[in-house]
Design a protein around this ligand. Structure first.
Ligand code: R1P
Ligand code: URA
Length: 238
């Protein structure tokens, strides 16, 4: 049966899936990193492609921005048979320790979003990445010589509500940066017994309208994608 938003059928989606927020990033991953990638859905611009990487079947599925969309996509991927989900996104740095375009491997997310709140009905919960995904990503980053940070991120809804003061407060609690999908992906994946992770490249400092220059960010995104794909090969037993 096709899904309501991810218009695909079981068999269209690989067990291993990369999850960018941005459809253009999904297309770039499919065209530049995967072999033989074909488009299986473009409904609502949630572009999804399946190809292979070093012989391992891999899909790349756009989540859109924010937890409501990411939770829908994660739920539907679970119904379509996905097993391992790795977000490949961007993040606003909360601390000067995280430099422009740096790779951040999330261990868990502070869930400052309405989607996980609705799912959980107010129950305390810690949306966390799967240990195997974190381990495989860190190993891949070390192997490829990609500098990286490993730790907490915060997932939030209101991009423009974040201020430097808010970032400093959460940095003092160990948060490396803010993004908008990880908590929902971690929770929905856990509800289905799937493995999930979140890799991000730092695109700006929180509260700073200045983006990292395009060429610098593109380098960080490229390193993040190569680390994520290497981790997928390891997790697939390759
Ligand atoms: O670059 P992506 O993956 O979209 O991730 C980040 O960028 C968007 C905000 O600009 C949000 O989706 C946030 O999580
Ligand atoms: O959620 C996000 C993502 C990138 N940059 C930000 O400032 N916030």
């Amino acid at each position: 049966m096709t899904q309501i938003h991810v218009r695909a059928r079981p068999g269209d989606v690989a067990e291993s899936v990369l999850l960018p927020g941005d459809p253009n990033r999904a297309r770039r991953i499919a065209e530049e990193y995967l072999e033989g990638a074909t488009l299986y859905t473009e409904h609502r611009q949630l572009l999804g492609f399946t190809g292979t990487y070093r012989g391992v079947p891999v899909s790349v599925q756009t989540t859109g921005m924010g937890c409501p969309s990411a939770a829908i996509v994660t739920e539907e991927l679970a119904r379509l048979g996905a097993q391992t989900l790795i977000r490949v996104g961007t993040l606003g740095g909360a601390t000067p320790v995280v430099k422009p375009a740096d790779l951040v491997v999330a261990t868990a997310s502070v869930p400052n979003d309405g989607t996980t709140r609705q799912f959980l009905g107010g129950a305390p919960y810690a949306p966390a990445a799967s240990f195997e995904v974190v381990e495989a990503a860190v190993r891949a980053a070390r192997k490829l010589g990609v500098p990286h940070h490993v730790g907490l991120v915060m997932t939030e809804d209101a991009f423009y509500a974040s201020t430097p003061e808010h970032a400093w407060l959460w940095a003092s609690r160990g948060v490396l940066g803010f993004e908008m999908e990880a908590s929902a992906i971690f929770l929905v994946a856990a509800q289905h017994g799937l493995r999930a992770g979140c890799l991000t490249a730092c695109s700006n400092d929180i509260g700073d309208p200045q983006l990292v220059p395009d060429d610098v960010l593109a380098g960080g995104v490229d390193r993040m994608i190569r680390v994520a794909l290497d981790a997928i090969v390891t997790l697939a037993g390759g």
